[in-house]
Design a protein around this ligand. Structure first.
Ligand code: URA
Length: 221
């Protein structure tokens, strides 16, 4: 089965989902953005905001525009290289951080998306995404963890992963000085481009889904 067809099945399940309270207040689910056929990276943000809820697309507000600028500068194509998703698919009221229960009820969709895309790397954008995959001890703040390659296991499969700052944080931090969050974001994206995208050959893109895994995921959804 093709990736995009599998994702459509998951999306349609997500569209009718009322597993948590966010299902009652959303205008639209915010499922994903990007090209599943060519994307080598899954980028995971926190949750949809107002603009995302209105349009049904992730990262289209101010934070999204800043993310686009950083990706572009790093030579990473948001349309071709990155499949963009969030830890939850519905907007939390007043843009609060999604609760553990909300994240848990949405997890099957997130895991299915990762499984279907089968990315070379997962980029955890901000603390909410990071904490959805990694248990942090008290000393491990996002500032310490960002930029480090690690291995995360999603439903029994290992993926390379790296954490970057969330663009909302960068909207509040304008400095470009050595060691500033914006400077570190540029370094991290350059590192990702170098490690993950340097040898991409789209004639080798594999659009088929690893069938066993995905059928299990979809059955669960
Ligand atoms: N912030 C996020 O984490 N995700 C979005 O889609 C938009 C803003």
């Amino acid at each position: 089965m093709m990736k995009k067809d599998c994702l459509e099945i998951v999306r349609s399940k997500c569209e009718s989902c009322k597993a948590c309270a966010l299902g009652a207040t959303r205008n639209n689910i915010v499922f994903s953005d990007g090209n599943p056929s060519t994307a080598k990276i899954v980028l995971i943000g926190e949750a949809p905001g107002e603009m995302e809820d209105e349009t049904g697309r992730p990262f289209v507000g101010r934070a999204g525009q800043l993310l686009n600028d950083f990706l572009k500068e790093a030579g990473i194509s948001r349309d071709e290289d990155v499949y963009v998703i969030n830890t939850v698919k519905c907007r939390p009221p007043k843009n609060r951080v999604p609760s553990d229960e909300e994240k848990a009820s949405c997890r099957k969709f997130l895991n299915a998306q990762i499984d279907i895309i089968n990315p070379r790397a997962i980029v955890l954008c901000g603390a909410t995404a990071l904490k959805s995959f990694v248990e942090l001890d008290k000393k491990q703040t996002i500032s310490k963890v960002r930029g480090q390659w690690m291995t995360i296991n999603v439903d029994g499969k290992d993926y390379r992963a790296i954490t970057i700052f969330h663009p909302s944080y960068l909207l509040r931090n304008h400095s470009l000085d050595e060691g500033s969050p914006r400077r570190l974001m540029k370094q991290d994206l350059a590192n990702i481009k170098n490690e993950i995208l340097a040898d991409v050959d789209h004639s080798q893109d594999d659009n088929q889904v690893e069938y066993m895994n995905t059928s299990r995921e979809i059955a669960m959804v």
